[in-house]
Design a protein around this ligand. Structure first.
Ligand SMILES: Nc1ncnc2c1ncn2[C@@H]1O[C@H](COP(=O)(O)OP(=O)(O)OP(=O)(O)O)[C@@H](O)[C@H]1O
Ligand SMILES: [Mg+2]
Length: 411
């Protein structure tokens, strides 16, 4: 069987060429490269003398879901995805509390694929095939719906739950997934919206009005999903806040209006997940059972944990490469990719960086904290521009600061 490679092509916003025209420009360029490496990102500087291509194309990403070995271009099945990035950003759906006149952001709506989330998918690093699995799950869910599979015979739905400790990339993965789907499912859904519901805010202080707000919010959502060629990805972050609100209401700590509002939101989300063009994405910091009934039905439930040594190394390596590209760490030096056998790179700055990554992984340092280390390292532990070995030593010092600060917070 021939390997399948997905070629994601960002078309320039001012380009008026049609998709076939773009394909005709990209194909010879790829064939000329001879071999294609999954994960490769080809930007303007890689497009060389292909002036026509450069005029219309901003970036080409080579993606393969199953493996990361090099493929001979002419022997692969290339699936092209050509898209433009939306640059308008989010539209905030504000609502006003009629009793106080206060404005409140109930939801943010993004048109996808958006410039904002460009590259987010590639920036997220996990050991398991978490990213690939979630795309597969969702693609299969749409395939079943397309083929008219009877949901009473085979149970499946379009609710995704990502749970795990703070800062492990759950919210980012939901956004990146929505962006990925907008690229991959463009034929079926030429329009994609990501609706981020501010559930936490909805139920934190607006109880008297929350019921009405929920009703209005879903009226708007209904308008969005009424278009069958539009895919609506609805993100409910920190879904456990709904369960908290309900519990507080049941225990009499909150007015009984609030329980009606929370229940209304849950019922509406439940209705939404049955729409063939809606996908509900949820995240939670609570790793045990989340007593939100509709989340129970999610068949795509994945735990997202802190990065392992290998993933932490990849994240920090990416940070170092970025700083070398920007001239803040000089001179430019090669940092080896992690070894397939999971062993530390032998010698040099690679080995030192691996030691930092392994120490971070041993203490379950989150992806969010890791991405902050280079900033702390530069701010506190090096003066001016540093060589790579010095910068890695500074990262090590920054990690020790971070661990000491976290320990102090827990005392
Ligand atoms: N596995 C990872 N690979 C790369 N970057 C990561 C990873 N995990 C977290 N990050 C980075 O950390 C930051 C925070 O991620 P995000 O907000 O998605 O985490 P979260 O799990 O939703 O956190 P919380 O539970 O606090 O809401 C992002 O900038 C993200 O890029
Ligand atoms: Mg989050």
């Amino acid at each position: 069987m021939k390997p399948v490679l997905h070629i994601e092509i960002v078309q320039r916003s001012q380009s008026r060429a049609n998709k076939d025209g773009i394909k005709e420009l990209v194909r010879p360029f790829l064939m000329n490269l001879v071999s294609l490496c999954p994960g490769a990102i080809l930007s303007e500087s890689d497009l060389g003398e292909y002036h026509d291509l450069k005029e219309h194309v901003q970036m080409i990403t080579v993606c393969d879901i199953d493996n990361d070995t090099e493929v001979i271009a002419s022997e692969a099945v290339l699936v092209y995805h050509i898209y433009k990035l939306d640059t308008f950003g989010a539209e905030t759906d504000t609502m006003t509390d009629s009793s106080t006149g206060e404005e409140f952001a109930a939801a943010e709506v993004w048109a996808l694929p958006s410039q904002e989330f460009h590259g987010l998918w590639e920036s997220l690093i996990y050991d398991t095939k978490l990213k690939e699995d979630t795309v597969r799950f969702v693609e299969t869910a749409f395939e079943f719906a397309d083929r008219g599979v009877d949901p009473n015979i085979i149970g499946w739905n379009r609710v995704v739950l990502l749970h795990g400790p703070p800062g492990t990339g759950k919210t980012s993965l939901c956004r990146a997934l929505a962006q990925k789907l907008s690229i991959r499912l463009a034929e079926r859904f030429p329009r994609v919206r990501l609706v981020e519901i501010n559930a936490h805010g909805l139920f934190s202080k607006w109880f008297a009005e929350s019921g009405k707000l929920v009703a209005r919010l879903f009226e708007r959502l209904e308008e969005i999903v009424a278009d069958p060629r539009l895919l609506a990805c609805v993100l409910v972050d920190e879904v456990e806040s709904l369960a908290h609100a309900r519990r507080a209401a049941l225990s009499g700590l909150e007015p009984s209006d609030s329980i009606r509002a929370v229940n209304a939101l849950l019922t509406q989300l439940d209705r939404l997940r049955r729409r063939p063009n809606a996908l509900v994405l949820t995240t939670s910091n609570v790793t045990g059972a989340i007593d939100v009934a509709f989340v129970d039905r999610a068949d795509i439930k994945r735990r997202v944990g802190p990065p392992s040594a290998r993933a932490a190394y990849e994240i920090l390596r990416g940070c170092c490469v970025q700083l070398m590209m920007r001239g803040l760490v000089t001179p430019r030096e090669a940092l080896p990719a992690p070894r397939a056998d999971g062993a530390a790179p032998a010698g040099g700055p690679g080995a030192a960086l691996w030691a930092v990554a392994a120490a971070a992984a041993a203490r379950a340092v989150s992806g969010r904290a890791l991405r902050r280390l280079p900033f702390l390292a530069r701010a506190l532990h090096v003066r001016g521009d540093a060589s790579l070995p010095r910068f890695v030593a500074a990262l090590d010092a920054a990690l020790r600061d971070h661990l000491a600060d976290s320990a102090a917070l827990q005392d």
